[in-house]
Design a protein. Structure first.
Length: 266
């Protein structure tokens, strides 16, 4: 049996960069023991991965990092969010529990059962979720120690047509959705992102997905940690639902490079 895929990895950037590109949902990898606890057959699982994976966002982060004048740091999840979703709350604060998509999913994007009734999430949380959270927290702490600030840019994508699991799917679906937090997204960060992606067809705010990721250690406590979620509508850069990327990815990489360069300059 082949070894488990790496659960996550931190790709170093420049010592003086405060920017941390977070790529939590780009992988399709599921370790065999976790696959054994999923009730979908192979074909249905591949279809679900097409819908749930933020395909090519790791490639986007890599391209932008290479092009930046000062390379940002990258924290990349090596596993599918069907193993655990590192951006969910692991308790009843998580609103996505209503559709079976807490930290450990029990339902698919279309409401079908993903795991058996009563499956215990704790082994998956202990094995995958909590180590990820600790490592991401450490990565943010390292940027704070090195530069006095940390800027988490959270990279995601979403389908052009709402899927049944979306709690806020009735709102606008702009080419780029910018997710914000009232404490951690200062106006200057939002303005830089709006300017950087203006040429990509425009941006919207917190629709169809609101908020952004900040480690719980810092969340609502440390204003030196700023954060913004960038949600890209998939038809702008790839063949939906889970196909190859198209030339739009180049323009996205240029926009992300411009944003990161601006954030690095202060």
């Amino acid at each position: 049996m082949s070894p488990d895929p790496s659960p996550f990895h931190l790709v170093p950037g420049a010592v003086g960069s405060p920017v941390l590109l977070h790529v939590p949902h780009s992988s399709r990898a599921i370790p065999a023991p976790v696959r054994a606890g999923i009730v979908l057959d192979d074909e249905a699982l591949e279809t679900e991965l097409d819908h749930i994976t933020d395909s090519h966002t790791a490639e986007l982060a890599a391209r932008a990092s290479t092009a930046c004048a000062v390379a940002p740091w990258r924290f990349v999840n090596g596993l599918s969010r069907l193993v655990v979703d590192p951006e969910r709350f692991p308790d009843d604060r998580e609103e996505m529990l209503a559709v079976g998509m807490g930290a450990v999913y029990t339902r698919t994007t279309h409401g079908e059962r993903l795991r058996p009734p009563g499956a215990d999430p704790e082994p998956l949380l202990d094995r995958w979720f909590h180590p990820y959270a600790r490592a991401m927290t450490a990565a943010v702490d390292e940027r704070l120690a090195a530069t006095g600030r940390a800027v988490v840019v959270d990279l995601h994508s979403y389908p052009s047509t709402a899927l049944p699991y979306e709690l806020h799917g009735a709102g606008p679906r702009p080419p780029v959705c910018l997710g914000t937090d009232g404490f951690h997204t200062p106006p200057g960060l939002l303005a830089r992102a709006e300017a950087a992606f203006a040429g990509f067809g425009g941006t919207g705010l917190n629709s169809p997905f609101p908020g952004t990721y900040v480690p719980l250690k810092h969340y609502g406590r440390d204003r030196r940690v700023s954060a913004l979620m960038i949600e890209i509508r998939r038809d702008t850069y790839m063949t939906e639902p889970g196909g190859p990327y198209v030339p739009g990815l180049d323009a996205l990489a240029s926009a992300l490079t411009a944003l990161v360069d601006g954030l690095t300059d202060g």
